[in-house]
Design a binder for this molecule. Structure first.
Ligand SMILES: [Zn+2]
Length: 115
């Protein structure tokens, strides 16, 4: 995976993170759950993840996935499957830059969850 591609994926992840956290904060504010200015980003994420509102939970989960991908990027582990440590296909990362698993482990995961 070349550095140009990694840079491009970082930009995609950062842009999605910015947009999504703005939406999440707006929703939290609108729901009068918190005054977002008084909380740290982490506290807000935790609140949203524990919310009964599925839209908030979904956004919080997505933000965590993006954050994990950006973290992997900094550790030079981006594009490595979290389960089997094989490279994740570029086609998968193009579709979802925050995907932490290769094709095989994704379907393996699904299979486990269905049981
Ligand atoms: Zn894997």
């Amino acid at each position: 995976m070349n550095s140009e591609y990694l840079k491009q994926q970082t930009v995609r992840l950062e842009q999605e993170y910015e947009a999504l956290s703005a939406e999440l904060y707006a929703e939290l504010d609108a729901a009068c759950l918190v005054t977002t200015a008084e909380k740290t980003a982490n506290e807000l994420l935790t609140l949203a993840a524990q919310s009964i509102n599925p839209s908030l939970r979904q956004k919080a989960n997505r933000l965590e996935a993006i954050d994990a991908a950006l973290c992997a990027m900094r550790l030079d582990l981006y594009g490595i499957c979290a389960d089997c440590e094989e490279p994740i296909g570029i086609n998968i990362l193009d579709k979802d830059p925050a995907q932490p698993r290769c094709q095989q482990c994704q379907s393996h995961n699904k299979y486990h969850h269905q049981r």
